[in-house]
Design a protein around this ligand. Structure first.
Ligand code: C5P
Length: 235
């Protein structure tokens, strides 16, 4: 499969058309941004890690009944994916307090919840991805009730599969963000699942193995991404 025209360049990826109108090629970059693009930098090797980790996880999720956009990994940084129309919602699942939740609720980070939470943000850079609920999403026509129901069901399933998997790697899955796309009338998991989009803490030391190292200038950013990749044991 060959790249044709560049369709879009985002903060962490480029997207190309292919000879197949139903298939795009995603190319992962080492560029990192945070705080809605205000902080910029590079995490050397991140593109390849995020590409390969996402594909590895998406295959596991497909096996557990969660449909994804994955078609085929082409090389370290590039993957062929189904061309979807992205549902403009960031879907966030949390198992422990951290980040914006901890700030909003005046809580310490790392408190385990009685049950996972799910929240939506409206994907809109100009507005800074504001927190919304499903009524807003319906009222604004961002998704249908049927889509929201599927998204919710899949998101909790992703959490169940990932929590169990990371548990075996001695990692606590604190929270994560996923996105969905419409493909031939159905919603499927799209975008990525990587240390850019998850909070991953070592179970024993509580060391952060994710993008918070970049966001908060904690140092050893590359080492953290490499450590997660190493524990996944991807060949
Ligand atoms: O910042 P906040 O606590 O709301 O982030 C929750 C989770 O969603 C974190 O794992 C973070 O990495 C992820 N996230 C993301 N992209 C965003 C916002 C949050 O991947 N634009």
């Amino acid at each position: 499969m060959e790249k044709k025209e560049m369709l879009y360049e985002g903060k962490a990826k480029k997207v190309y058309t292919t000879e197949d109108p139903d298939v795009l090629i995603v190319s992962y970059k080492d560029d990192a941004t945070a705080f809605n693009g205000l902080k910029k930098g590079t995490i050397v090797g991140k593109g390849a890690i995020n590409n390969r980790m996402t594909n590895f996880i998406f295959k596991k999720l497909e096996d557990k009944g969660v449909p994804t956009h994955l078609v085929e990994e082409l090389n370290d940084r590039e993957t062929a994916v189904k061309k979807v129309e992205i549902v403009p919602l960031e879907v966030i699942i949390r198992n422990y307090s951290a980040g914006s939740f901890a700030k909003k609720m005046g809580m310490e980070e790392g408190v385990k919840f009685k049950c996972p939470t799910l929240e939506f943000s409206y994907k809109n850079d100009e507005l800074g991805d504001p927190f919304i609920n499903s009524y807003y999403a319906l009222a604004l026509g961002l998704a249908t009730q049927e889509e929201i129901d599927h998204i919710t069901e899949y998101a909790f399933k992703v959490n169940e599969v990932l929590q169990e998997y990371f548990d075996g790697l001695n990692i606590d899955l604190i929270d994560f963000k996923i996105e969905f796309g419409r493909y031939h009338g159905k919603v499927i998991l799209a975008d990525e699942i990587s240390p850019d989009t998850c909070r991953l803490w070592d179970k024993d030391t509580h060391e952060k193995l994710d993008k918070d190292r970049f966001r908060r200038d904690l140092g050893n950013v590359e080492d953290a991404y490499e450590e997660v990749f190493r524990r996944l044991g991807i060949q």
